[in-house]
Design a protein around this ligand. Structure first.
Ligand SMILES: Nc1ncnc2c1ncn2[C@@H]1O[C@H](COP(=O)(O)OP(=O)(O)OP(=O)(O)O)[C@@H](O)[C@H]1O
Length: 305
C-alpha cells in the first residue's frame, strides 16, 4: 500500500516554476530517499505534503487521504523531523517527550511506555542530562523519538544527516533502518552514500522535475555498464594479458590501471565465461574478478549532469 502519493503536482513562486508534474509513491514500511541538489525543490515538496504550502495543481495523498492546504488533518499520520530541531534546553529527554505527549493528548500510560521504548530505539534511554548540552547527533536522535511519539504512518526527515560527522550519520541511519518496522520513511538528502545504505527506493529531483525514480536495486541494474574488473597477479605482465583480451570478439574496450584491467563488453553475464576461459587457457593469474556495479553517485551525475 502507498502511504504517500504525489500525482502531477505543480508549484510556482511568482513566475518561477519550482515543481513540475511531480509524481511518485512511497510504499508502506519502506525508506524513500528524496535526492536533489540545493534548490531542487525538496523542501517545497515536503511543505506541500505537510499542507503548509499550496500546490497550483495535482494531488497529494497521505494514507489515501487528500492533503489540503491549511487543513492539517492528514498530519495526524505524519511525524516530522526538521533539519535543525529546536528544544527547551532545560529539559532532559524524558521530560521533553512527556511534554510532547501531554500536548498531543496521549494518556499517561501511553506516554510512559512509548517514551521508554523510543528512548531505547534512539540510544538515549540512560541519558538524564539536559538537552542544551547535547551534540547535534543527540538532538537529531531525540528529534526522531519525538517524531515517532504519536506512532505516525509516515516519518518525514529533512536532511537528517547533513550536519553530522560520520559516526553521528551512521547512528541516525541505523535508527532510521530500525524505525522502518514501525513506520514509513521519506528523507531528503544530497548525501548519496547515505541513500545507498538504507533506501529501498529513491526519487531524484532536478529543477523541480523527477529525473529518476524507483527501486534502488532496479536503478543500479538499469544503469549498470557492462564492465568486468580484473586484478592480475603481480608477476604477470598486465599489458600482455590486456592485449590478449582485446583480441576477443566480444570485448569492446580495455582500460589498464596498475595491475587492474577493466574490460568493456556487450553483456557482462554472457561474456564472463569467455573471459574466464581465456584467462585459464593462457594461465593468467587473477586475484579479483568482478562485474562492476555503478555507484548511485555515478548514476546521479549521469541523470543530473
Ligand atoms: N517562499 C518562496 N518564495 C520564492 N521562492 C522560493 C520560496 N521557497 C523556495 N523558493 C525557491 O524555490 C526553489 C526550490 O527551493 P527548495 O527550498 O524547495 O529547494 P531544496 O531542494 O529544498 O534546496 P535546499 O537543499 O537548499 O533546501 C529555489 O529556487 C528557492 O529559491
Amino acid at each position: 500500500m502507498a502511504v504517500l502519493e504525489l500525482d502531477k503536482v505543480n508549484k510556482k513562486f511568482g513566475d518561477m516554476k519550482v515543481i513540475s508534474d511531480l509524481s511518485f509513491q512511497v510504499t508502506e514500511h519502506s525508506v524513500f530517499g528524496f535526492i536533489g541538489k540545493n534548490g531542487a525543490g525538496k523542501t517545497t515538496t515536503m511543505k506541500m505534503i505537510l499542507g503548509f504550502l499550496q500546490q497550483d495543481s495535482g494531488a497529494i495523498r497521505v494514507c489515501g487521504e487528500k492533503v489540503s492546504y491549511g487543513n492539517t488533518k492528514t498530519n495526524r499520520n505524519i511525524g516530522y523531523l526538521p533539519d535543525v530541531p529546536e528544544y527547551y534546553g532545560y529539559m532532559n529527554p524524558r521530560e521533553y517527550l512527556r511534554l510532547c505527549g501531554e500536548i498531543t493528548g496521549l494518556s499517561k500510560e501511553a506516554i510512559r511506555s512509548r517514551t521508554g521504548e523510543l528512548l531505547e530505539l534512539v540510544g538515549l534511554e540512560g541519558v538524564n542530562r539536559k538537552v542544551h548540552g547535547f551534540s547535534r547527533g543527540m538532538k537529531q536522535r531525540l528529534g526522531i523519538a519525538q517524531a515517532l511519539l504519536n506512532e505516525p504512518k509516515l516519518l518525514i526527515c529533512d536532511e537528517p544527516t547533513s550536519a553530522l560527522d560520520p559516526v553521528g550519520r551512521k547512528e541516525i541511519l541505523d535508527i532510521l533502518s530500525l524505525a522502518k518496522d514501525r513506520t514509513t520513511i521519506l528523507f531528503s538528502t544530497h548525501i548519496l552514500s547515505d541513500v545507498e545504505r538504507i533506501c529501498d527506493s529513491i526519487g531524484v529531483l532536478n529543477q523541480g522535475k523527477l529525473v529518476l525514480g524507483g527501486n534502488v536495486a532496479d536503478i543500479r541494474h538499469k544503469y549498470r555498464k557492462d564492465i568486468i574488473g580484473l586484478e592480475i597477479g603481480g608477476q604477470y605482465p598486465v599489458e600482455k594479458a590486456a592485449a590478449g583480451l582485446k583480441e576477443l570478439a566480444f570485448v569492446n574496450n580495455i582500460h589498464i590501471s596498475g595491475q587492474r584491467i577493466e574490460v568493456e563488453v556487450h553483456n557482462a553475464e554472457d561474456s564472463g565465461a569467455g573471459i574466464l576461459a581465456f584467462l585459464l587457457k593462457e594461465n593468467i593469474p587473477v586475484i579479483r574478478y568482478e562485474i562492476m556495479e555503478p555507484s548511485l553517485e555515478n548514476v546521479f551525475l549521469e541523470v543530473v549532469g
